[in-house]
Design a protein around this ligand. Structure first.
Ligand SMILES: [Zn+2]
Length: 89
């Protein structure tokens, strides 16, 4: 089985003839007019370029705001919330 993500490459690195190494940082399920799609948020480990892949060969640059919304550096899903249970009444 061939993952289509491995056919993607970083355009900046491609131009500079560097081997691009893409890192899948997040997978987001989105609903489009054509049905559910999975968007992959990718980061180039060479130059730090951030983009998302919507369809197999379509890439879009991602700005910081969107990146931070979908790609969290720290785990945001912790078991329970440590401080919200006390003093609430
Ligand atoms: Zn790159």
């Amino acid at each position: 089985m061939i993952d289509s993500l491995f056919t993607l490459y970083c355009e900046d690195c491609e131009v500079a003839e560097r081997p691009s190494r893409l890192w899948v940082r997040a997978e987001i399920e989105v609903s489009t007019t054509r049905g559910p799609e999975t968007q992959h948020y990718l980061e180039c480990m060479n130059c730090g370029y951030r983009f998302k892949s919507c369809m197999e060969d379509h890439m879009e640059a991602v700005d910081d705001e969107e990146w931070n919304r979908f790609v969290s550096e720290s785990p945001s899903f912790q078991a329970g919330s440590p401080s919200s249970a006390e003093g609430s009444r």
